[in-house]
Design a protein around this ligand. Sequence first.
Ligand SMILES: [Zn+2]
Length: 114
Amino acid sequence: MSHTDDTFQPKSDPYREARGGATRFLELACGDCGTVVMVYQKDGPGPLWRCYLDRIFAPPELASLQGRVQHKREMSNLTCPQCGKLLGVPDVYEPENRLAYRLRRGQVKKTVRA
Ligand SMILES: [Zn+2]
């Protein structure tokens, strides 16, 4: 992904306020081949189980999902563009009715961007 050098401004909204704590950007990479598949804004402490669509900053194909899909049925699985590994499945976080990818445990490498 060439745009991983871009800088992003974190989103601040009630979702973020509800979680508190620090916000940081994570690069998520395929656990098999190491290809970076996503730049993601993580709000608050704790492990990352779910990637909300409205927190995806790159690549554009994934970052634009938040404006294009209304239901998880319209989403495809999250797969590695390089090797095809299945990394996450469509999900919805019911309390907030937010669409997300639920990450497969142990299949995705997470790196905090400097
Ligand atoms: Zn891969």
